[in-house]
Design a protein around this ligand. Structure first.
Ligand code: HEM
Length: 490
């Protein structure tokens, strides 16, 4: 065994030599043995701060790629587009999800979001088919939920002022449950809906804590968290069971029309629990992410009058009656610039981590200039911060910390940033978000109708208008504004 290990090490050393690999020199400074002060500080920031990602900036400012030594182990931080592209695409097979599986297991069980290797490939193929089908459909599916959202905003307003954040979260939950369960969440009684939402939020928050604890995620498992996870799973079971019963009563063809997502998964998997779990995975991926995108977009539209006015002018071309079409949305390039800008400053997944499943080469970060390749041994953890990458001045300019959708207009920035490397709004490579088209359409539809219905939308009096980075942020599964999005309607 020892001899085999020595041979393997010699082979790896030879590969490293051949590629001119050098070790990463910069490291996050620490004071206490085993760098326990870093762990303490990270936990303080991640659990005790409303500005967590801002406060992590010093760690990502050390260098484009640096080491962090914790418990005598070496991990890596990077905001280098070349390295991110390697992790997501060119060396995709060399990395796995690591502790994410542990974090989400109590809520989600087995499915696309927590799988690697052949199991992930199979899940991805199944779910990809569903999204390809959805992409061929017209947008009528969004219309009733947007109507509810727009009227709900007026109903919730007191003296013309409203926090639209909870209504937006309700909207994305409705559209995503409609997509997956064949029925919107709003078809349930109000008390049941409120209970599910509370349980969902609590369970999502718990998974967020477990993710931050990484390999120690199992330490967070209180009774209330377990109960919330169970309640969410029971809720998904209810819908999945309803669809399967419908199939038994009315036949597969009729059921596939009403409950397409569930029946198609069932045909392939033939296992009720696996179908239910896959539904939950897509639900979790879809709900908070699009809600956060919508919240931050409105948050900035009411703070940037010039941007809002340009958007209003562009959107004036969309008829107010009937369903909005994909073609109409495609003719709104400035709206797309606004969404790009929101996802740049507030990526739904602000940081991500992978672990090497074999020795692999990182293209950059080694040597005194940080330009040489680096050999990462098997089992190395590497964190990349999308939050900080998307604010790098060498890509996004000296005003990178300002909300300015115009920067995307010429298309030059997209070419420079390179999606999947310097701009990773929806991830990149083989794990590119499957709901990208759905999310952008869902968000565009809602923004068009909100802006049309409330032409005098503006920030509510007394609500702070801080610069980007000073806003209070809340991170559960997505990165949302902490204080709600308070607006005046007229
Ligand atoms: C603005 C909205 C959204 C953003 C920014 C976003 C972003 C992302 C990102 C960054 C990932 C990669 C996670 C990783 O592998 O580490 C991902 C994966 C995924 N997303 Fe989205 N997402 C959004 C909306 C949605 C929606 C609405 C759905 C479905 C209804 C969805 C379904 C998925 C699925 C199924 C995956 C897993 C893909 C895989 O692992 O192969 N997403 N998304």
């Amino acid at each position: 065994m020892k001899v085999l290990q020595q041979v393997a090490s010699a082979e790896i050393a030879a590969i490293a030599n051949q590629h001119g690999c050098e070790p990463v020199v910069p490291f996050v400074p620490y004071k206490w043995p085993l760098a326990l002060d870093l762990l303490k500080r990270q936990l303080e920031i991640l659990f005790g701060s409303d500005h967590a990602f801002e406060q992590l900036t010093p760690y990502f400012d050390v260098a484009a790629t640096c080491c962090i030594h914790l418990f005598g182990q070496t991990g890596y931080f990077t905001v280098d587009p070349e390295n991110i592209e390697a992790i997501l695409s060119t060396k995709f097979e060399d990395y796995g999800l690591g502790s994410r599986r542990l974090a989400f297991m109590p809520l989600l069980g087995e499915g696309i979001f927590t799988q690697d290797g052949p199991a992930w490939k199979r899940s991805r193929e199944l779910i990809r088919h569903q999204f390809a089908r959805v992409q061929r459909q017209n947008l009528h599916v969004f219309a009733p939920h947007v109507i509810d959202l727009v009227s709900g905003i007026a109903e919730a307003a007191i003296d013309g002022q409203v926090d639209i954040k909870p209504l937006i979260f309700e909207y994305t939950l409705n559209t995503t449950t409609m997509l997956l369960f064949g029925e919107p969440h709003s078809s349930m009684a109000k008390e049941e809906r409120d209970a599910v939402r509370e349980n969902f939020d609590y369970a999502a928050r718990g998974c967020g804590i477990r993710i931050r604890l990484s390999e120690l995620g199992w330490l967070y498992n209180p009774t209330k968290f377990r109960k919330s996870c169970k309640a969410v799973r029971d809720w998904a079971t209810f819908f999945a069971a309803k669809a399967i019963k419908y199939k038994d009563d009315h036949g597969e063809k009729a059921a596939a029309e009403k409950y397409a997502f569930i029946i198609e998964l069932w045909k392939e998997m033939q296992d009720f629990e696996l179908v239910r779990d896959q539904l939950l995975h897509v639900l979790v991926a879809g709900r908070d992410s699009t809600a956060s995108l919508l919240c931050w977009t409105i948050f900035h539209l009411v703070r940037n009058r010039d941007v809002l006015e340009r958007l209003q002018t562009e959107i004036a071309s969309v008829p107010r009656d009937g369903d909005i079409t994909r073609e109409q949305i495609a003719r709104l390039p400035f709206l797309r610039c606004c969404l790009n800008e929101t996802l740049r400053l507030y990526p739904t997944l602000p940081m991500n981590i992978r672990f090497t499943n074999k020795a692999t080469i990182l293209p950059r970060g080694g040597g005194p200039n940080g330009t040489s390749p680096v050999l990462l041994p098997k089992g190395s953890g590497i964190v990349w911060s999308i939050y900080h990458l998307h604010r790098v001045e060498s890509i996004y300019g000296p005003d990178s910390r300002i909300y300015r959708p115009q920067r995307w207009e010429s298309g030059e920035l997209m070419r420079k940033a390179r999606p999947g490397a310097g701009y990773v709004d929806f991830n990149g490579g083989p794990r590119l978000c499957l709901g990208k088209d759905f999310a952008l359409t869902e968000a565009s539809y809602a923004i068009i109708r909100i802006i049309q219905a409330y032409p005098n939308l503006r920030i509510a009096p007394g609500i702070p208008d801080e610069p980007v980075g000073a806003e209070r942020q809340k991170y559960t599964i997505g990165l949302a504004p902490m204080d709600g999005v308070h607006v005046v309607l007229a």
